[in-house]
Design a protein around this ligand. Structure first.
Ligand SMILES: [Zn+2]
Length: 67
């Protein structure tokens, strides 16, 4: 649909991290549930531009729309 979809395409081997843009520096991740899910964890970016989930290696990118 959009070119952003290519970034979030899951890899079967799980080695390639997904990238998700979020609008808050505090995020929670549960791996999306299902077979690739994991216990929900809360992640803080602190001063950084992104944070990686230690379970599924998802990368959450801090991105403010209309700022
Ligand atoms: Zn995760």
């Amino acid at each position: 649909m959009t070119k952003q979809d290519a970034q979030t395409a899951p890899e079967p081997d799980g080695k390639s991290a997904q990238i998700k843009a979020v609008e808050t520096r505090s995020v929670s991740c549960d791996g999306g549930g299902g077979v690739s899910g994991h216990p929900r964890v809360f992640l803080e970016m602190g001063d950084g531009p992104h944070v990686d989930c230690p379970y599924c290696s998802c990368r959450y990118l801090y991105e403010v729309e209309g700022a």
